[in-house]
Design a protein around this ligand. Sequence first.
Ligand SMILES: Cc1ncc(COP(=O)(O)O)c(C=O)c1O
Length: 395
Amino acid sequence: MAISSKIQKALGNASWIRKMFEEGASLKRIHGPEKVFDFSLGNPVVEPPDEFFEELRKVAQNPIPGMCRYMPNSGYEDTRKTIAKVLSEETGLPFTERQIIMCTGAAGGLNIALKSILDSGDEVLTPSPYFVEYMFYADNHGGVLKLVESRDDFSLDLGTIEAAIGPKTKAVIINSPNNPTGVVYSQESLVQLGEILTRKGEQYGKTIFLFCDDAYKKIVYDHVKLPAVFSLYDHCISVNSHSKDLSIPGERIGYVAISPLADDKEELADAMAFTIRTLGFVNAPALMQRLVGQLTHVSVDVSQYQENRDLLYDALVDFGYSVVKPGGAFYLFPQCPAEDDVAFVRALQAKNILTVPGSGFGRRGHIRIAYCVERSVIEASLPGFRELAIQYGLK
Ligand SMILES: Cc1ncc(COP(=O)(O)O)c(C=O)c1O
């Protein structure tokens, strides 16, 4: 066998998201794409903002000499300075370009940050349900991801988190707004989380880092104000992405911001400049760095996502489903009418509705619906959701 036994095993447990996406592709070939309602992948349907294309045209029409060359591994200094200035204004903290590392989306950012801090066997905690790739990212760098169940409304279970932190805990990853649940963690719960990390760090005589996966930071609804994570805890590393806020996931651009208050912030910055190089990214894409430096105050219009959320959430509740109303991101995570979420996903699939079982995110008895789709797809899917609600006795 050419491939390692570890990868062989991982492939055998192929991600549910990809599985549903691929099965969806074959359903589309059979029935035609307009007859298949695909909620499997968080691939945003909204186009990038006009400003993105304007900046792209400007660069294309006035190429800068050397703009495609190698650069410092952390990225262009002017882009990092711009981001540091925005973060300083937002947080009141003295960010400089030293604390900013441009990276290839949140996925790349998490990998360079985890590789920088993990020794073999170190633990990384995350609330579950969770973004499954974290398991692989921790494992990539010798770490072990430890799951901590969230409450039924998907808020943080702080007592369980505190109990799960041990001498091997190196970091906690939170993701708010959250994939797969859409929840936004409250200010109070994050303040308490900061206190727990401080207490536990003192108990074990070490720094426990708080990784904030901020991939959905700008996709929030109903004027929800996200808690300012840097004010909650000193040893905070925020991992950002423009995949969702500028709708450019294929372009692979984001940045890591290390709190100016974090222990060993200089070493962390140097370590990430090293790991981005040695993991083979070398640096984040040059053209995208130039563009996003000009777009720090631009993001997609989230009203389409909010309308989708409202349409789908109201309809599902009306049909009798139990759903926590999301404050952001573009996912709903309703409870299934039966414990066997895989069977329920298959029943939806028989109606050409593609979703992902909650067990693929660490919580059985739920499904994830990615509603970053055209409104017409949601409208056309509703009769199927209603029929199954009736079939399963919800109404
Ligand atoms: C929670 C979360 N983190 C990270 C990522 C990775 O995003 P990217 O690398 O495109 O920024 C995703 C993608 O869907 C996500 O949902």
